[in-house]
Design a protein around this ligand. Structure first.
Ligand SMILES: [Zn+2]
Length: 408
């Protein structure tokens, strides 16, 4: 396989997680009787451009079908994050009723509704029909398509270039990162701004977040690699911020290469930090598998010990990262009683691979749970505060990543 950005041959494995079903392929009761499709889940690193990427195996449209059940609005922390961002960027870029804001992967409109409320024209782009419909219900125009160069050029021809293009947690999900970037370039007004947010590869490695690896994530991004991709499409990163979201993300600000705005020193500083951390050295990538294996072994050891003691363990959060951890660890219904999740679309369904049933959080009360494993560690505090009253006084919480932790 060749690198999706620079086309060098990929020979270095970052991590091999074996085979797994797509993380968002939740099963219905009838679906449990059918065979389940497993795909290889192996991540490579390019030692030319340092883009970390999944090995080729399938088409994107096989994963993001209309059943895709993730609705951004289910997390209150995420909604708050979106609101703060919107207020900040509206002010900084002086956006008004004459501007155009385009959001790629606009999901259920959780972000663009803030621009609608401020009377700023906006356009969502979202190929997932179920979430796009919710956004349309909020009065947001949504193009139900995948974004890329073709759509970027089409928007330009229609006179719909943007003052601001937003891409939150979409850049890592794109199979053809070069084509997507050319689309951003095409759809951007001469003095326009693009902001992208993505989980930072440096934090993924530092905090052993191997569970954020799943098929829908094609790339694991450093500022170094993204800067190189942008630059080859005629775009320039002029500012970068670190965010606590998803265990450590970057928000980058991008303009056309020849935009008069100067590049802020934070960009150069982050590039140095990444280099010092070792992101341009194969060693750090080669060590990652053994660190993930240690987490898997500790987690499995904990579950087996509780099983022997006759304790009851459930989990919270039927999210993609939970699926990676459970499937890589080989956890099934004998070790975890059930998983609860606040998203109604997932309730009554079953986790892909492990086939553990997904129930509403209210089911935790009177379930006599000894331990509740919080799978989405990035919203740990939110989960604790929303479940504390549902659990008995002696129950404890568990997180597996970055290391196994048991707390009250
Ligand atoms: Zn490359």
């Amino acid at each position: 396989m060749r690198c999706r950005h620079c086309f060098s041959e990929l020979t270095h494995v970052f991590i091999d997680l074996g085979f797994a079903p797509p993380s968002n392929a939740y099963l219905t009761k009838d679906g449990l009787k059918l065979p389940e499709k497993y795909y290889p889940l192996k991540v490579m690193v390019c030692n030319e451009c340092w883009l970390v990427q999944t090995e080729d195996y399938t088409q994107a449209d096989e994963l993001f079908d209309s059943e895709y059940a993730y609705f951004s609005s289910t997390s209150s922390v995420w909604l708050e994050h979106a609101k703060n961002y919107s207020n900040k960027v509206i002010k900084e870029l002086n956006l008004n009723e004459k501007s155009l804001v385009i959001e790629v992967a606009s999901n259920d409109g959780y972000l663009l509704k803030n621009f609608i409320n401020a009377n700023i024209p906006c356009l969502g782009i979202e190929p997932t029909i179920s979430t796009a419909k919710v956004a349309e219900g909020l009065g947001i125009e949504v193009l139900k398509k995948f974004f890329g160069e073709q759509l970027g050029v089409q928007l330009t021809k229609e006179g719909r270039q943007a003052d601001l293009i937003i891409g939150n947690n979409v850049y890592a999900h794109v199979p053809d990162v070069n084509d997507f970037t050319r689309g951003l370039k095409a759809a951007l007004k001469p003095n326009g701004t693009i902001t992208l947010e993505f989980p930072h590869l440096m934090r993924l490695i530092e905090f052993n977040q191997f569970d954020t690896i799943y098929h829908e994530h094609f790339s694991y991004l450093s500022l170094y690699a993204v800067r190189k991709i942008m630059s080859e499409s005629g775009l320039r990163i002029f500012d970068v911020e670190e965010l606590p979201t998803h265990g450590g993300s970057l928000r980058i600000y991008i303009c056309h290469q020849n935009d008069p705005r100067r590049t802020i020193s934070a960009v150069g500083e982050m590039l140095i930090t990444e280099k010092k951390f070792g992101l341009q050295d194969l060693k750090i990538y080669a060590d990652f598998q053994s660190r993930a294996d240690l987490i898997k072994n500790n987690f499995l050891g904990f579950l087996l010990a509780q099983k022997k003691l006759g304790k009851k363990v459930a989990a919270y959060g039927a999210a993609a990262k939970g699926n990676t951890l459970l499937n890589y660890s080989g956890v099934k219904t004998d070790l975890l009683s059930f998983i609860c999740d606040a998203a109604k679309a997932k309730q009554g369904k079953f986790m892909p691979g492990s086939h553990i049933s997904i129930l509403p959080p209210e089911r935790l009360s009177n379930a006599d749970i000894d331990y509740l494993v919080i799978l989405p560690w990035n919203i740990k505090d939110e989960v604790v505060s929303s479940t504390r009253n549902l659990l008995s006084i002696n129950s404890r919480y568990v997180t597996a990543i970055p290391t196994l932790e048991i707390f009250s």
